[in-house]
Design a protein around this ligand. Structure first.
Ligand code: NAP
Length: 354
C-alpha cells in the first residue's frame, strides 16, 4: 500500500495522514511483531517558522540489527533506547519536502536517521547526508552506500589490514555487511569462505557473490571440523558478525598473526546469559589480534569510502543483494526477520516511490 492520503490544505500548508511504526514497550527477548504497532496520525508538511528542522517524505527504510538493541531499555548515554509510544528510528532514504536548514532545500534527496513513518520532521538535519549520485539505485544508500557499506569497508580494510592471498572467513556472510566483506576480500586476492543459515544462502554466496566456499552453520554438527575442511591451512582474518559458538571454533583455527575483527555478535544479543568462549588461549599461542570497531568512528571518511565503492558498483566489480519489503505496514515483520535469518541480503522497506 504505497498510497498516501492528503487531508487538508490549510494555511499551515498540507497536512498528511502519516503512518508510523510505534514501539509498544521495551523488550528483553528478540523483537517480535507484537512489540510494535502501526498507527496513523497527521503531520503538517511545513517547517515551523524559525526552526532548523527539515520535513521529509521517507522512500526507503533500512532494517538493521542495532534497532533491536535500541528496543531494550538501556542506561548507556552512548546508546539511546527508543521511546515506547514513539516511532522507531533508523536509517532511511528520503526526499526533502520543506526545510528550515540552510544546507537543505525542497527536492533534495538525503539519507540518514529518520523516524519509521511515511513523513517526518528531522529536528537535527546535521545527521542527514545529501545524495549526489543518483545513477545508482537510491535504495543503495541504506546498504552498500550507507551504514553497512562503511562498516564492511572500515572493518575489512582499516581494522583487518588484509594482504593479498590471505585466508578470510566471514559469518552472517549473506547479510548486509557480510556480502560486501566477502567481495572486498575477493577483490584483494584473498581466499574467502562464508557461513550462513540456509542452503539457499550458501548457494548464493558461492554462485552469485564469488565466495570460494561456504557452509550452512545450522547443518554443521562440528563447527571446528567445518572450518578445518574449508581452511586446511587456517584462517588469517575472521570478520565476526555473530560471536558465540562460531567465534569459539574460529579461535581453534587461526593462523599465526591472524586478526579477528569483531563487527557484531548477533547470536548473543538476546540470550539471558551470554555464551562463554573457551578457546581463548589460542590468542596467545597464535599471536592473534582481536579488535572491535564501531562504524560511527569512520563516518568522517564517508567521501573517501564513496570514491572507492562507487566505481566498483559502476564497473560491475561488486554486486549488492537487497531484500525489499513493500509498505510501511510490513516493516515490523521485515525487522523481526533479521533475527531469524529470513532476509537474503540487505533488508529494506520500500515506503514510497519518489
Ligand atoms: P544482516 O546480516 O543483514 O542480518 C542479520 C543476519 O544475522 C541474519 O540474516 C542471520 O543470517 C544472522 N543471524 C541472526 N541470528 C543469528 C544467530 N543466532 N546466529 C548466527 N547468525 C544469526 O545484518 P547486518 O546489518 O549485515 O549486520 C551483521 C552484524 O554486524 C550484526 O551483528 C550487526 O549488529 C553488526 N553491525 C555492526 C556494526 C558496527 O558498527 N560494528 C555496524 C553494522 C552492523 P543467517 O541466515 O546467516 O543466520
Amino acid at each position: 500500500m504505497l498510497q498516501q492520503q492528503k487531508i487538508i490544505m490549510a494555511s499551515v500548508g498540507e497536512v498528511m495522514i502519516n503512518k508510523q511504526v510505534i514501539l509498544k514497550h521495551f523488550i528483553n527477548t528478540a523483537p517480535k511483531e507484537s512489540d510494535m504497532v502501526v498507527k496513523t496520525s497527521s503531520l503538517s508538511l511545513k517547517v515551523e517558522p524559525g526552526s532548523n528542522a527539515v520535513v521529509v517524505k521517507n522512500l526507503y527504510l533500512s532494517c538493521d540489527p542495532f534497532m533491536g538493541s535500541r528496543m531494550k531499555k538501556f542506561e548507556n548515554p552512548d546508546f539511546n533506547s527508543f521511546i515506547p509510544g514513539s516511532p522507531l528510528e533508523g536509517i532511511g532514504v528520503a526526499k526533502v519536502l520543506d526545510s528550515g536548514h540552510l544546507d537543505f532545500k525542497k527536492g533534495n534527496l538525503v539519507w540518514g536517521t529518520v523516524g519509521w513513518e511515511e513523513y517526518g520532521v528531522v529536528e537535527n538535519p546535521e545527521n542527514l547526508f545529501k545524495i549526489h549520485h543518483t545513477d545508482v539505485p537510491l535504495s543503495y544508500y541504506t546498504g552498500i552506500l550507507g551504514m553497512p557499506g562503511i562498516t564492511a569497508w572500515a572493518g575489512f580494510y582499516k581494522v583487518a589490514a588484509p594482504k593479498k592471498g590471505e585466508y578470510v572467513f566471514v559469518s552472517a556472510a549473506a547479510g548486509a555487511v557480510g556480502q560486501l566483506v566477502g567481495q572486498f576480500a575477493k577483490l584483494m586476492g584473498c581466499y574467502v569462505v562464508g557461513s550462513a543459515g540456509s542452503k539457499e544462502k550458501v548457494e548464493i554466496l558461492k554462485n552469485k557473490l564469488g565466495f570460494d566456499d561456504a557452509f550452512n552453520y545450522k547443518e554443521e554438527h562440528d563447527l571446528d571440523a567445518a572450518l578445518k575442511r574449508c581452511f586446511p591451512e587456517g584462517i588469517d582474518i575472521y570478520f565476526d558478525n555473530v560471536g558465540g559458538k562460531i567465534l569459539d571454533a574460529v579461535l581453534l583455527n587461526m593462523r599465526i598473526k591472524g586478526r579477528i575483527v569483531v563487527c557484531g555478535m548477533i547470536s548473543q544479543y538476546y540470550l539471558r546469559q551470554p555464551e562463554g568462549v573457551r578457546n581463548l588461549l589460542n590468542i596467545v599461542i597464535k599471536r592473534v589480534r582481536i579488535e572491535g570497531f564501531v562504524v560511527v568512528d569512520y563516518v568522517p571518511q564517508y567521501s573517501k569510502f564513496l570514491e572507492v565503492v562507487l566505481p566498483l558498483i559502476r564497473e560491475g566489480k561488486i554486486v549488492y543483494l537487497e531484500d525489499i519489503t513493500e509498505g510501511l505496514e510490513n516493516a515490523p515483520a521485515a525487522l523481526v526477520g533479521l533475527f531469524n535469518g529470513r532476509n537474503i541480503g540487505k533488508q529494506i522497506v520500500l515506503v514510497a516511490r519518489e
